[in-house]
Design a protein around this ligand. Structure first.
Ligand code: DAH
Length: 449
């Protein structure tokens, strides 16, 4: 998910080249036969920006709908919990000198339609790179697309003067579709820039350089032309220890992880971190030492840096045991209720919900005189569980009030019935529901309302 496009270019094998060549021939052939034009609006508005569309437009109604949802603003969504957990980790561990404020600025409101300069060119993505194809990216017009990664904001934020930041948000790709890929997913990006003093933590009088100006210096597998070996080593140690600490904080130090060499146009050297999940290695992030050319074009002339991009769904799937990426989009309260009211640091494992539909019934009654709300709650739950057994998925107290005039207390519960074996009919649920009511009246003296 993170970079399936990168896999193709990274392969030095003839197969990799062949695949890329064949694909571009195919798209040229398509252009010749002029495919039917998609229905497109004249204008497209998103996040306070308005764009005139052109023939490059390829957004589907389905992807526009996904843009409207904004999962990271839903408190109950596990991705929101995870985002906050990672932000808390960074804020807790990395502070500005003096410790009063967090080191990393958090940017969550960047617009999702970005220029192709931001998404590709600023990041030094080659002009023929597969990720630029209309079959991979959602284009609004020739010069604008839906961000395909949070890296699209690196250049602008550095230009604005930020040295250390996290960028979080939804990103869009016309990717394959399976249990770990979805046209919209979420990423957390980080950039950390250092002056030589910050990188080496030198004392006054000590000099260690981050740049070496050697005429005709060549790029090597382990380093860029202008970087000193010391700079690369120091950056690599800092980058990897930052990410290993994060991984330990999320998965525990006993979780197996490994570093794999990678290729990204905007970092060199580049790496991916994989963690072992259910016996398989799963790629959870890409990172590397930032291309100096990218920093220079953003006006940063005296610093070096590292960056990483994490796939939030990938991490959340491992952390919470969510087996399918589509579940993050579920509105089913059987899913969402499992994450409701949790703190970001709470450990929770998702329990699979039934594929059959829910049936909702409410129960409202007056409490017998002298019974406290809390005591009644515990008794009601016992009765419901006893009578409803496996058919009860959730019980929620939805209303509770005191009627001063009548001197009576009332409670209402919403019961969610759902079977693992079959779709329940209203009639059969009603039989169970009536037996719950009866037991509450007979055992606890409540009066149904
Ligand atoms: N943008 C990359 C992707 O979506 C992930 C990534 C790799 C981000 C390396 C970075 C980085 O900041 O340095 O596949």
């Amino acid at each position: 998910m993170l970079n399936c496009r990168v896999v193709i270019t990274r392969l030095a094998s003839p197969l990799g080249c062949f695949q890329a060549a064949r694909a571009s021939t195919a798209s040229a052939a398509q252009a010749d036969t002029a495919p039917p034009k998609r229905q497109r609006p004249a204008k497209f508005e998103a996040d306070g920006q308005s764009f005139v569309t052109d023939d490059k437009w390829n957004l589907s109604p389905a992807v526009i709908k996904l843009m409207e949802r904004r999962l990271l603003q839903e408190q109950k969504n596990p991705l929101t919990l995870l985002k906050q957990r990672i932000v808390n980790h960074f804020h807790g561990k990395y502070r500005k000198p003096g410790g009063r404020s967090p080191l990393y600025a958090v940017c969550e409101q960047e617009p999702r339609v970005v220029s192709t300069f931001a998404n590709f060119d600023s990041l030094l993505t080659p002009i023929d790179h597969v990720s630029r194809r209309s079959s991979d990216t959602y284009y609004v017009n020739e010069g604008h697309c839906l961000r395909a990664h949070t890296s699209a904001h690196q250049h602008k934020l550095m230009t604005q003067g930020l040295d250390n930041f996290l960028v979080v948000g939804d990103v869009y790709r016309r990717d394959e579709i399976d249990a770990t890929h979805y046209p919209c997913f979420h990423q957390m990006e980080a950039v950390r820039l250092y002056s030589a003093d910050e990188l080496y933590q030198t004392r006054a009088g000590e000099e260690l350089a981050v740049f070496e100006e050697i005429p005709d210096a060549e790029r090597k597998p382990g380093k860029q032309e202008r970087h000193t070996v010391d700079a690369v080593k120091a950056l690599e140690i800092r980058l990897k220890s930052t990410l290993e600490d994060l991984s330990d904080a999320l998965f525990g130090p006993e979780c197996e992880k490994r570093w794999v060499d990678a290729y990204f146009p905007f970092t060199h050297p580049s790496y991916e971190l994989e963690v072992k999940y259910e016996g398989k290695w799963l790629e959870v992030l890409g990172c590397g030492i930032m291309e100096q050319k990218l920093l220079e074009s953003a006006g940063v002339t005296d610093k070096v840096g590292w960056a990483f991009g994490i796939g939030l769904e990938r991490i959340a799937m491992v952390l919470y045991g969510v087996p399918d990426i589509r579940l993050f989009w579920s509105r089913d309260s059987g899913f969402l209720s499992q994450f409701e009211g949790l703190k970001p640091e709470d450990d929770v494992k998702y329990k699979p919900i039934s594929a059959h539909p829910q049936v909702l019934f409410d129960i409202s009654f007056w409490l017998p005189a002298g019974v406290a709300f809390d005591d009644m709650r515990a008794d009601v739950c016992d009765v419901i569980r006893g009578a409803g057994g496996e058919l009860i998925e959730q019980v929620k107290l939805s209303d509770e009030f005191e009627n001063k005039k009548k001197g009576k207390n009332s409670q209402t519960y919403r019961i969610v019935y759902r079977s693992n074996e079959k779709a329940l009919s209203k009639e059969e649920v009603n039989v169970v529901h009536k037996s719950i009511e009866r037991e509450l009246v007979e055992k606890f003296g409540v009066t149904m309302r």
